[in-house]
Design a protein around this ligand. Structure first.
Ligand SMILES: C[S@@+](CC[C@H](N)C(=O)[O-])C[C@H]1O[C@@H](n2cnc3c(N)ncnc32)[C@H](O)[C@@H]1O
Length: 255
């Protein structure tokens, strides 16, 4: 995705009271950075322009959010969207500039997030060797396991069928059980759903949005996630196992 450079983004972020240009110094202490550290902590990976982030933070003052992106150009837009929805200094959201591939450097078990949100991450579906760049790849999931609290959840949305099905396998192999699986989020009536910039775009094109909630279990992966490649055989086996818990539409709603 090409991101246009915005001259105003960095100066505005530098003056923003809820922006962090690096996350390592807050590792294990994120809750302390909020007006009320006792609230549940939700982390958004790849928030982009923060269209849904701003709606979420405004609608849920009882939840603390950290929204992460690698691009300060899009974080500049996210800041503006959040200020419009929540005011100049909202007490329940922080923006972090960081590379999610190394997110374990910024968050730890002490942060104990209740939820991680991943919406419309790049599918990297064209070349198998790029699979490991996906934000749902086992090498990411093993890091998320370290920053979620017991029973914590990952909420994942995508327009991409291959990414969705591969991710179902990644989650299962890394000890995340699906509690909700929906193949057409807009048509399902599921709530709450905060529609993101990319979601709006794909909905306008009539593309069904695939969605899942995956709850962390104690079963950690018994392989090296950093070197993992999903083979067709493993994908088929895992999807067959999961399909036993789905209805005929390939969906599941346990919550
Ligand atoms: C396709 S956009 C989706 C944005 C938003 N979640 C939405 O649904 O509209 C993906 C976002 O993830 C960010 N991103 C991709 N890889 C990343 C990484 N390794 N670390 C941090 N952010 C990343 C990109 O900068 C981009 O803003």
């Amino acid at each position: 995705m090409h991101i246009r450079r915005k001259k105003w983004a960095r100066p505005e972020l530098a003056a923003c009271p809820f922006f962090d240009a690096e996350g390592e110094s807050r590792r294990g202490r994120w809750r302390e950075g909020f007006a009320d550290p006792g609230k549940p902590l939700h982390l958004e990976m790849g928030c982009g322009k923060g269209v849904s982030t701003a709606k979420m933070a405004a609608a849920n003052p009882e939840i603390n959010y950290v929204a992460v992106d690698i691009s300060e150009d899009v974080l500049g837009d996210a800041r503006r969207n959040i200020v419009r929805a929540c005011g100049e200094n909202p007490g329940n959201i922080r923006l972090l500039s960081a590379d999610i591939c190394f997110i374990g450097k910024c968050f730890s078990r002490e942060d104990g997030a209740e939820r991680i949100i991943i919406s419309f991450c790049n599918p990297w579906s064209e070349r198998p060797k790029h699979e490991k760049r996906r934000l749902t790849h086992p090498r990411q999931l093993i890091q998320y396991r370290e920053m979620l609290r017991e029973g914590g959840e990952i909420w994942f949305k995508t327009d991409d069928d291959t990414l969705y099905e591969d991710s179902l396998a990644y989650f299962a192999l890394c000890g995340f059980e699906p509690v909700t699986l929906i193949r057409d989020l807009a048509g399902s009536g599921f709530a709450p759903n905060y529609i993101s910039e990319h979601e709006e775009k794909y909905m306008a094109l009539g593309v069904p949005i695939k969605f899942g909630i995956f709850r962390m279990t104690e079963k950690a992966p018994d392989f090296d996630p950093t070197r993992f490649r999903l083979t067709p055989g493993v994908k088929k086996r895992v999807l067959e196992e999961i399909s036993g818990t789905m209805n005929r539409k390939g969906e599941k709603q346990d919550v």
